[in-house]
Every structure is written in C-alpha cells, then in structure tokens.
Design a protein around this ligand. Structure first.
Ligand SMILES: [Zn+2]
Length: 188
C-alpha cells in the first residue's frame, strides 16, 4: 500500500474530505483513530503546523468539521441549500481561537512559543475551515469535482477541465482495466 491517504495534494479542505473513501461499494473512514489523524496531520505538515498529541475529542471535532465541509461541497455542486448546522459549524471554527502563534523570549532571543493545547486545537479547526471557505466561494469553486469512478468518492479541483479521475493511476487505471475486460469478454 502506497500511502494511507490516496489523494494529498488538493486544497487542504479537500484533502480532509478525501479521508473518507469508497472502495468496493463500502465507505471507509481513514480517520478512524487519533493515531490516524496524527498521521494525516503529519502528511500535511507542509501546510499545517501541528505538534503534540491528538485525543478522541480532537478526532471527533475534526471529523465533524470534515463531514460538514463534505456536505457543503456537495450542496454547492448540487445547487441545493445546505443544512444550517453545517454552515454554523464552519463559522464556529472560523471564529474560534485567540492567537495563531505566540512570541516567546528566551536568553538566546525570540522563539516561537508552542501554543497551549486548546489554542492549538482552535488553530487547526480555523485553518481547515478557512480553507473550506476559500474552496466554496473562491475562484476554484466551480472546478471541484467528484471522481467519475462509481466506486470512488474522492474530490479534486479540476484545473484541467478534462480531468475526470481522482488519479490516473488509481481510478483511471481501474476504469481502463474494466473497459478492456468488457471488450475482451464481449469478443469471446
Ligand atoms: Zn477515484
């Protein structure tokens, strides 16, 4: 298995939503434990600063935000009104948290002080929600698509309008293999 997370270079909010996948007709939640969330945060460390542990409450809040963002993206694509609670959840995350970072001063000079746990949690949620806000209302909003493979639910920004698969290696290949198989078996 290449990576636990199949699609990681989309906007942050999409990467988050894409931690819920579909395989063989079953939905699988890749964020199924605090350790799994920690692994995701580590995979995103270039864009998300996180240090410290993750507890069950962190996992629950991140998952709740993720599922709300997922429903909002689908509502936007389907041109339907989302549930008020989902909008509220994103806004709550946007409003949360005092400082993004704190300045400390040691004998050696200025240091970036690690945030206390509650502030860290708020910052994580705010970063994710703020990315979702950009995604839902920004210039890429109309390009957010779901993979065309029926056995996949990954979403991506189709910067190339012809892009239909989450990844050519993954679903593009699955589709080609299926097509080849059908053709071969029809020929017999
Ligand atoms: Zn796919």
């Amino acid at each position: 298995m290449k990576s636990r997370f199949p699609l990681l270079d989309e906007p942050l909010a999409l990467d988050l939503v894409n931690t819920r996948i579909r395989r063989d007709g079953t939905e699988v939640d890749l964020l199924d434990s605090p350790v799994a969330l920690l692994a995701w945060l580590r995979a995103e460390r270039g864009r998300l600063a996180w240090s410290g542990a993750i507890d069950a409450a962190d996992l629950a809040t991140v998952r709740a935000l993720r599922d709300a963002i997922d429903r909002l993206l689908r509502a936007r694509r389907g041109h339907v009104r989302p549930a008020r609670a989902d909008v509220d959840r994103v806004n709550h995350a946007l409003a949360s948290g005092p400082a993004l970072a704190q300045l400390g001063w040691r004998a050696t000079g200025p240091v970036l002080k690690p945030l206390p746990a509650p502030a860290r949690r708020c910052m994580l949620l705010r970063t994710l929600a703020s990315d979702a806000l950009t995604l839902l209302t920004g210039p890429c909003a109309d390009q957010v698509r779901e993979c065309a493979h029926p056995d996949c639910r990954l979403q991506f920004v189709a910067r190339n309008p012809r892009r239909q698969w989450c990844s050519d290696q993954l679903c593009g290949n699955r589709a080609r293999v299926a097509k080849h198989y059908r053709r071969h078996h029809q020929a017999i």
